[in-house]
Write a new protein. Structure first.
Ligand code: 3DD
Length: 415
């Protein structure tokens, strides 16, 4: 098994990043302390396909403390922090990940699967899909899995619907203490972080077009507005479009927004949301980025085919020269927050990854009792994460009185 990383000598740099993340993940640290004592994952083999970041390192060390042996691969060719990968490899994790492993992305997944996992942990569904297509022989060892992101949960729900899913999966993404915070506040801040690290441009006064008003889009719209941008939302869903309008954002179709936008960010989970029709209408110098999981939200191949020149003018900024303008694509159209920055801040990943750790423990506790379907994180676990986070933040809340509990259970008391 061993490992394959960019440069093992980067482990010290990675350890510093790991320790910084630990400072801001008190809930996961509290779970790690319990895992160290209880060893709930003793003898469990985990294959994880996650973004290899300083926060993921805290999760992996928590699972290892619980007794698991782990193989880890990156869930995007540009999101691996090579220092973290080296640090975890030195910690006995079988890491197959390095920034820029485009051509070896699925080879890395295959290496991780050689651990013959009992549990899979995925972010986007590429590992689960590989297991169900190329390595069906390994499924007999699997007792369950977890999925971190909306896109992955969508894929696995389709697999369940078509009777293809061969083991139970926990949709960590759908935990309230995940999507309400990670998707909204995490994506909101980290997408801006990625755009600013890549371009260093002023956002105030710019027309900032966001495709998609889901939890990620809502967070990004609010953070961009906070930086003084004029935010324009495009949507296909009537309800979300209405919500965006009532939240005070301008809403219009992409074919109109493409003519006035200065910065474009796709965060829909769908394909070719910005394509040649739109790019042809864009202003000279328009900047395009994606913050959705996959890089198919922008039709990058159209840019490649219709440009006369392509040049990386800054790290994560490629200038495409078209017949009548220059267009700037950030991070190859891959998720800008992880490719050009460090992803979501540790404080939100603290909750997402506490759900992951508790979900993995729950799978082990319920091994053999679950169906081949996509489960929500049990409400009890979700709320446990919230309680511990409030405690860590020094926030106390009220308790229902007996009278209030009875009132809520009753129906007779009225006007
Ligand atoms: N994601 C965002 N920031 C991350 C970080 N700092 N570490 C690991 C993963 C990170 C993406 C996922 O958490 C998930 O929220 C998603 O993709 O939805």
């Amino acid at each position: 098994m061993e490992y394959k990383v960019k440069d093992i000598s980067l482990a010290d740099e990675g350890e510093k990043l790991f320790k910084w993340a630990e400072q801001h993940m008190p809930v996961l640290i509290s779970i790690r302390k319990e895992f160290e004592k209880e060893k709930p994952l003793k003898g469990i083999k985990i294959a994880a396909c996650l973004h290899v970041t300083k926060e993921t390192a805290v999760l992996i060390k928590t699972l290892q403390a619980g007794g698991a042996s782990i193989a880890l691969t990156g869930s995007n060719p540009l999101s691996t922090n090579d220092g973290i990968a080296a640090y975890l490899a030195k910690q006995g994790i079988h890491v197959f990940a390095w920034r820029g492993n485009h051509d070896k992305y699925y080879w890395c997944i295959e290496q991780a699967l050689k651990i013959k996992p009992n549990i899979t942990m995925d972010d986007g569904g590429d590992l689960v899909t590989t297991l169900h297509t190329k390595h069906k022989e390994l499924i007999k060892n699997v007792i369950g899995g977890t999925e971190e992101t909306t896109t992955g949960v969508n894929r696995q729900r389709v697999m369940e619907k078509n009777g293809i899913l061969k083991y139970p999966l926990i949709a960590v993404n759908d935990a309230m203490t995940k999507f309400l915070f990670d998707n909204r506040y995490g994506t909101g801040q980290s997408s801006i972080d990625g755009i600013l690290r890549a371009t260093s441009i002023l956002l105030a006064g710019k027309n900032f077009v966001i495709a998609g008003y889901g939890w990620c889009g809502r967070g990004l719209a609010n953070r961009a507005r906070g930086m003084g941008a004029h935010v324009i939302i495009t949507e296909v869903d009537e309800i979300r479009a209405l919500e965006a309008a009532m939240d005070g954002f301008e809403v219009m179709p992409m074919k109109k927004a493409s003519m006035i936008g200065d910065i474009f960010v796709t965060v829909t989970g769908n394909k070719h949301v910005i394509d040649g029709r739109h790019i042809k209408k864009m202003k000279d110098g328009a900047i395009i980025a994606n913050s959705g999981h996959f890089d198919n939200e922008i039709d990058v191949s159209w840019l490649e085919k219709n440009s006369t020149k392509k040049e990386e003018i800054r790290k994560n900024v490629v200038e495409y020269t078209l017949s009548d303008k220059k267009i700037y694509l950030l991070a190859e159209g891959r998720l800008i927050n992880l490719a050009a920055a460090e992803g979501h801040p540790s404080e939100v990943m603290d909750m997402s990854f506490s759900n992951q750790a508790l979900a993995v423990k729950w799978i082990v506790e319920n091994a053999g009792k679950l169906k081949n379907k996509v489960y929500k994180v049990p409400d009890k676990l979700d709320r446990e994460v919230a309680k511990r986070k409030l405690k860590a933040m020094g926030i106390e809340i009220d308790k229902l009185t007996k009278e209030q509990i009875n009132y809520m259970r009753g129906w007779k008391e009225g006007t």
